[in-house]
Design a protein around this ligand. Structure first.
Ligand SMILES: *Cc1c(COP(=O)(O)O)cnc(C)c1O
Length: 337
């Protein structure tokens, strides 16, 4: 079975396993796990920020980031298809007591002008706008990405209006291998950045929230009350460290394979359109007479696992465990549909 449901489905390679097995560990709630400390320092350094905190999931790092940048009754501005809005179980409302101001954007990429238009005036009727949240790459937008210049202009709006900036960078490195920009240049434009180690980077578990030392100190308190304080977690942090050190440049290969899938889908008679592939996500729309559920069943029978991603859309995601042989097989399956 070729599993293209998500880039989260990867399993550790023997080399990553070796790094996990030989990790030095301690109790991380006491701040005594050397491998976690090393991973956090490395994550902060890569993104040009002071400190980082290791968490079980990207949902948790997003939720903590939003929480420490806001107070209840305030508002977060983001894309209408943002992960924090659509896929985190309503956490932002529950954990932080915020409302959302949603923007469609260009495949989920927001621009400075449209964000500025959604900032509430200082009037007691309106929630206080406090956070601009961006996603890079944009999952619902089919893996498209921002350039640093776009982010810089959004940051100027944040500075002008005294707003905080949070980045859901679950797939930030997928964006960076395409733009060629440096991760270290990102830190200056955001208060907090969340990155996932368990997506394209291939670790089995884990995300990092990166920010100033003062914010990460706050984040430690929030992670504890959310139940995210883990003990001898260096065994899995070692996988994250291995991923950061070894698996970033190879993301390009995933993007090449996603492009090849896009080409094959263009020739498939069941397919109405395909969102232009920018990184490792392929979202295609079925023609009117085909149902998502039935098409997923058909794909499964032929050996591909995918997920529904809208009333007529299906998503495929390439990753570390999807190789050229599987790509050839997938293309043959798409051709046979
Ligand atoms: C996967 C993902 C996350 C985090 O998800 P978890 O499953 O909680 O790790 C956050 N944002 C985006 C855009 C994602 O794709």
């Amino acid at each position: 079975m070729i599993d293209l449901r998500s880039d989260t489905v990867t399993k550790p390679t023997p080399e990553m396993f070796e790094a996990m097995m030989s990790a030095q560990v301690g109790d991380d709630v006491f701040g005594e796990d050397p491998t976690v400390l090393e991973l956090e320092a490395k994550g902060a350094e890569i993104l040009g920020m002071e400190a980082a905190i290791y968490c079980p999931s990207g949902t948790m790092t997003n939720q903590i980031g939003i929480h420490i940048l806001s107070s209840p009754y305030e508002e977060v501005v983001c894309y209408s298809g943002a992960h924090i809005y659509r896929y985190e179980g309503g956490g932002v409302a529950g954990t932080s007591g915020l409302s959302f101001r949603l923007i469609e954007g260009d495949r989920g990429r927001l621009n400075a002008r449209e964000i500025e238009a959604q900032i509430n005036p200082n009037d007691i009727h309106y929630p206080k706008t406090s956070i601009i949240e961006l996603e890079n790459t944009v999952n619902k937008g089919g893996g498209c990405y921002y350039t640093l210049a776009q982010i810089k202009s959004i940051n100027a709006v944040a500075v002008k209006h005294g707003l905080k900036m949070h980045l859901d960078g679950a797939r930030l490195f997928n964006a960076l291998v395409e733009t060629g920009e440096k991760a270290a240049d990102y830190g200056q434009y955001f208060d907090t950045i969340s990155i996932c180690l368990s997506k394209g980077l291939g670790a089995p578990i884990g995300s990092l929230l990166v920010g100033s030392q003062a914010l990460i100190n706050k984040a430690r308190r929030v992670r504890k009350f959310m139940g995210g304080g883990m003990r001898q977690v260096g065994y899995i942090a070692a996988a994250g460290l291995y991923a950061l050190e070894n698996n970033i440049p190879r993301l390009k290969e995933d993007h090449k394979r996603a492009k090849a899938l896009e080409e094959a889908l263009h020739k498939c008679s069941m397919v109405e359109s395909v969102l232009p592939v920018a990184t490792n996500i392929v979202i295609f729309k079925l023609k009117e007479n085909h149902k998502v559920s039935e098409t997923l069943e058909l794909l499964k029978k032929k050996g591909i696992l995918a997920v529904g991603f809208g009333p007529h859309e299906i998503r495929l995601v390439t990753h570390l465990d999807f190789d050229d042989a599987q790509l050839e097989q997938s293309i043959a399956i798409v051709k046979s549909l």
